[in-house]
Design a protein around this ligand. Structure first.
Ligand code: KG4
Ligand code: ZN
Length: 333
């Protein structure tokens, strides 16, 4: 069974062809990062226009690379939320047009579920149930995956997402968007105990997150050091900030695992590529004999393949959309 999948929720235009849910035949990703970089973040209107320009050539490239004729596709999956409304609409409109013209079933995919399902592509042996920590530029969530089509959202961020905090701090320190990888690299050279930053909502069994207080504390620190003309060590700031985020993510994930009885843990989303998070999560899971999963780096950030995997498991369960499918910018799990 072949799935054609489209992803246009933010600043990556991507199309993929997936065979039987877990085999990637092609996964074409066109990133707009260099375009948005000069503005310091994603400009929604520019993102939509870029998606319009790229979506059809990228679909063609995905089919060509997979060596699959468009008429041999079994269904079409597309991200319909959450994300930027104008960006989502481009993918949804393209998928609906193809579905109508080719008479192929349409599947509307939740982007966050797609991030979680990236783990199935990287780990053929992974089966539900498991606990997922999804950490991206727009979201931070703990979700239990009870079965392929049954999820429970245990908690999410009340304000900023983890990735958003990484990006904002990097920006103020003068690094280009998206700053997460830059903070990760700096943190490796710094002292994580140099500066003590605050942690929020750290009571037991509280699966909600809040990163805006931490973000403000780091920004205040940078500002105060500059005002006093004493400067700061970017490496120490990065290491101390990253340590605070990572400890919060790991503590809450371990608490949620114990609480839900899950012994398999999957991380997902762009921040899952963070080396500090990977190391701390590995150590915490090894200590408790939990099995840890993480997608290959290319499948951590936005891509069509993860949407194709999710779409397949919806399709075999008969969860199709019709042509009234619309973009849902605030769609939740
Ligand atoms: O999942 P994603 O591609 O997009 C959203 O759906 O939001 O995640 C992008 C986010 C950005 O905030 C980026 O800075 C962050 O993932 N990121 C990282 C790393 N690589 C990407 N954050 C920390 N460390 C990294 N190595
Ligand atoms: Zn994403």
């Amino acid at each position: 069974m072949y799935t054609l999948a489209l992803e246009t929720s933010c600043d990556e235009t991507s199309a993929a062809v997936i065979r039987d849910g877990r085999h990637i035949c092609s996964n074409i990703i066109s990133t707009q990062v260099p375009i948005h970089r000069k503005f310091g973040g994603v400009v929604p209107e520019i993102a939509s226009r870029q998606h319009i320009e790229y979506v059809m050539p990228i679909i063609k490239e995905a089919l060509d690379e997979a060596g699959v004729d468009i008429h041999d596709i079994d269904h079409i999956g597309v991200t319909y939320g959450p994300g930027l409304v104008g960006a989502l609409l481009v993918g949804v409109a393209a998928a609906k047009a193809l579905s109508f013209a080719l008479d192929k079933p349409l599947v509307g995919v939740n982007h966050m579920e797609g991030h979680i399902f990236a783990n199935f592509l990287s780990h053929p042996e992974l089966e539900p149930p498991f606990l997922a920590l999804v950490v991206s530029g727009g979201h931070t969530q703990l979700v239990t995956i009870k079965d392929y089509n049954s999820f429970e959202l245990l908690g999410q961020t009340r304000d900023d997402a983890a990735g958003e905090a990484f990006d904002k701090i990097a920006r103020v320190m003068g690094y280009p968007y998206p700053g997460g990888p830059q903070i990760d690299a700096l943190a490796k050279k710094g002292n994580p105990d140099a500066i003590v930053f605050p942690k929020a909502l750290h009571e037991k069994h509280n699966f909600e997150f809040s990163f805006s207080g931490l973000k403000s504390a780091v920004l205040n620190y940078l500002h105060t050091q500059e005002q006093r003309h004493v400067g700061y060590s970017p490496e120490d700031v990065a290491a101390s900030f990253q340590k605070t985020v990572v400890e919060t993510l790991v503590e809450k994930t371990m608490d949620a695992a114990r609480w839900s009885g899950m012994k398999q843990i999957a991380v997902a989303g762009g921040v899952a590529a963070n080396s500090g998070l990977a190391a701390a999560m590995e150590a915490a899971c090894a200590k408790r004999q939990y099995k840890l999963y993480r997608p290959d780096p290319i499948l951590c950030t936005d891509n069509g393949a993860m949407i194709g995997c999710r779409a397949y498991y919806m399709a075999i369960d008969g969860r199709f959309a019709d042509l009234t499918l619309n973009a849902r910018p605030a769609l939740s799990i």
